[in-house]
Structure formats: C-alpha cells, structure tokens
Design a protein around this ligand. Structure first.
Ligand SMILES: CC(C)(COP(=O)(O)OP(=O)(O)OC[C@H]1O[C@@H](n2cnc3c(N)ncnc32)[C@H](O)[C@@H]1OP(=O)(O)O)[C@@H](O)C(=O)NCCC(=O)NCCS
Length: 229
C-alpha cells in the first residue's frame, strides 16, 4: 500500500507521511501531531510543535513552541512566540497570549486566562478559571496610547486554586499555594498558602502537604471498605 503523502507547509515538499512528530526531509519543519487538522489553525511557519494537539478548534500563533509530551485540548488559543515546555497539559477553553512562558510538567486546567508576558515555571498547577492579569489600570476607548503591560510570574512548583485572580506584576514564589477564589494583590512568599480577597496568609506548604496526605488516606480507606459489585 502506498504511504499517504503530506505537503510541508514550510518548504512545499511532498513526502510520505509517517507517524508524527517527524521532520520534513526538505527542511526542519516538524509535522505536528494533530488529531483534528480540519479544525486547527496554525499561523505562520511555526517549527516547534513537538507536542500533541488533541483538541478541536485550536489556534496556534507564529513561532510558538510546544514541547514533547505536551497535550493541548479543545478551543485553546496560543498567541505568538508562546514557549510551552515538555509534558505540559493545557485544558479546554484556555487562552494563552503572546510572549508567555510555561515550564515543563505544568498542568493548566480549563478556562484559564494567561495574558501576554506571563511567566509560569515548572511543575506548577493552575486550576480551572484561573485569571492572571497584566494591566492594573486598563484604559477605555480606542486611543490607548502606549500600551504598558506587566506580567505575572509563577515560580516552580506553585499551586493556583480554581478561579483565583492575580494582579499584574505579582510574583507567586516557589511552591506557594493560592487558595481557590483568592484575589492576590501582592507577592506571595515561597512555601506559603494564602486565601481570600485580598489574599492573606493561611498556612504553610508543609501543612498543606500534611492535610493532603490525611485526605488521601481517608479517600483510600473509603475505597477499600466500599463493597465490591
Ligand atoms: C487553601 C486550601 C488548600 C485550604 O484547605 P485546608 O487547609 O483544608 O483549609 P480548611 O478547609 O481547614 O480551612 C481553614 C479555614 O480557612 C478557610 N478557607 C479555606 N480555603 C479557603 C479559601 N480558598 N478561601 C477562603 N477561605 C478559605 C476555611 O473556611 C476555614 O475558615 P474557618 O477556620 O473560619 O472555618 C483549600 O481550601 C483550597 O483552596 N484548595 C484548592 C482547591 C482547588 O482549587 N482545586 C483545583 C482542582 S479542581
């Protein structure tokens, strides 16, 4: 049986299709692993799509990088020059704007808003509906003048609970935890848990891990004591 052929979007070479990701023999374009090509838009000659776009209706801007093992789900927008590391998961309906960085193994749940200039480290967790902001005083009208933006920084291992909202320019330091629904207006020190509006100290990451272990033990003991069908 003749192998299916594919035209390289970068150099136009027609060559046999193999399981992606693979490089075009004519140039260094990487054929991305896209489950629904008819609904995915890739703008420009992005050459760094090593991950999988499993969702439908995904838009990827120019010069985006998606590392190996990363998975993009439905209705996701990824703006120009976004750098997404390896083994990252981007949940459905998440908006990742231009000039953003997302580190390896970070998990971003659905409906998150990651505006331009956001920096997210490795091994982070962002719950559903998390909103990062980058303009503390947004203007109105069409004559916006000079656009000045200040991104949020989330350092390695931090956890941002569902629907938390973070002020422009704030840094969430290493392994900090932001509780669900928190409004974070100031930097959060490393290894600290904050909750509320405005977010205030709740406990330490150590206490969080201890609570988590207790909860897991309770859940597992429930499971093992439930009658089998
Ligand atoms: C912050 C968090 C880790 C605290 O959990 P915890 O240590 O078990 O805290 P407790 O439930 O014992 O709460 C202690 C106090 O803090 C309050 N509190 C807990 N979480 C809060 C939150 N997110 N916002 C405001 N107050 C909160 C509780 O109401 C309680 O107050 P009280 O002493 O006046 O009754 C947890 O509430 C949280 O937000 N987890 C993130 C969940 C999430 O977003 N998951 C996403 C995957 S779907």
């Amino acid at each position: 049986m003749k192998a299916e052929e594919q035209v390289c979007p970068a150099c136009g070479l027609r060559s046999p299709w193999e399981k992606p990701p693979r490089k075009c023999p004519g140039c260094d374009w990487v054929f991305p692993d896209i489950s629904h090509p008819e609904s995915v838009t890739i703008e420009g000659h992005t050459r760094g799509l090593w991950g999988s776009i499993k969702g439908q209706f995904v838009i990827v801007g120019p010069d985006v990088k998606i590392g190996r093992g990363s998975v993009i789900w439905n209705l996701v927008y990824i703006g120009a020059r976004a750098q997404i590391g390896e083994d990252v998961k981007i949940g459905s309906m998440t908006h990742i704007d231009y000039d953003t960085v997302i580190g390896d193994r970070t998990l971003i749940e659905g409906c998150a808003y990651i505006p331009p200039l956001s920096r997210i480290g490795r091994d982070c967790f962002l719950g559903p509906n998390v909103t990062l902001t980058n303009d503390p005083y947004p203007p109105t009208g069409r004559d916006l003048g000079a656009k000045v933006l200040e991104g949020v920084t989330i350092e390695d291992g931090a956890i941002i609970g569902a629907a938390a909202c973070i002020r422009a320019g704030v840094t969430i330091h290493r392994r900090a935890v932001v509780g669900m629904g928190a409004v974070v207006t100031k930097d959060v020190p490393q290894e600290v848990v904050v909750v509320g509006n405005p977010a205030r100290f709740h406990s330490t990451r150590e206490a969080y891990e201890a609570r988590r272990r207790t909860w897991l033990r309770r859940m597992f003991s429930k499971e093992s004591s439930s009658p089998s069908i």
